[in-house]
Design a protein around this ligand. Sequence first.
Ligand code: F3S
Length: 392
Amino acid sequence: MHLTKEQERILNGEYGWAKARALQVIVKVGEALGAEKLVRIVHAHVSGVSYNNIGEPGLRFLQEFLEKGAKTAVYSTINPGCIDLMNNSEIIDQTLYHNQLKINNALENMGFSPTYTCIPYYHRPPAPKEHLAWGESNAVIIANSLFGAKTNREGGPIALAAAITGYTYYSGLHLDENRIAKKRIIIPKEISEKEYSAIGLWIGYNIYDIPVIEFNREKPSIYELKLLLSSAAASGKHGLIAIKDVTPRETYSHDIDETIELEQGDYIDLIGTPPSIEESILGYIGCPHLHPCEFVRIYQIATRYRRVRNNNGLLISIPPFFYELFRQEINDLRTKGIDIAFGTCPIVSKLTKQYDYLVTNSGKSCFYMSRIHHINTYIASVREIIDLVMEK
Ligand code: F3S
């Protein structure tokens, strides 16, 4: 791999152990992937920071980097951890609270911005063609597909190393030659809110090349695209799905070898079957974390209901910065028995109780919750979720 003089100096330890070690990791991975050089990044987003997932070894790894002088070299953000940062949730298990705070402290002391969200683009929207090193599959696919930025799906250690050095390896989706759509997918004309997640899951399961998606109707909303893209990135390995008239045209090209006209019958089974009223249901909204506009819509619907039915739960997961924006609305929702969790989600956490069913608008959370928490799943619209778990 060709390295600049400055990169050689970093590797030789002139900027300290932590930076040298971090760059070694990136160079090793880059060489294994055939990268010819490194590229400067403007934003690192680190995932894999839940104590529930990485435990003591992960915490010690981060603390060692901090003790040996690691500092972020670029703007760097943090994915959700395993606790409700307001320590108020009754659905998210808070027993790992102090352990998670040690991880958070290590990252914040290195210079990471305390975002604790999987929508880092809300804090700093990337520009087209900007190079990033992001972990978190949903953030990555949105960065590439909606913003036209360039990032691979990084694991936690690589994103951390990129944050400390300001570089990543120049391969994969950083190169224009790897941003070529091979399949054209035509989406049915009439699709409902919950079908976006099911279509995303179908694409993840069935399409292995980069596709370009065409909608036979007016442009879908960002909310609908978030559901589709995050679901596809969960059930498949996608880091980029081009969306006609949405993805900046200069950030991908075409070489189509197949056109697929998707029909409802192809993906409808992925929605699942609705639970019966006797079953205990966890309604969940907030995967990926909500945008403020999505929160306002949920608030407007939920305030028409009296409270969450006994035996059910309704969990909303949001970024910590919402607390200042929506203090009153959050209190109103809590008085109705709605559980609001800040800076976390049930996929990276433990739950305090086992439910029979998860009902959610997110195909991504269905994919993971059925595997991690062994729960039946059903994809529903926001209105249907609230109607199933709350009483008027
Ligand atoms: Fe975010 Fe958790 Fe879903 S990190 S994308 S809410 S799995």
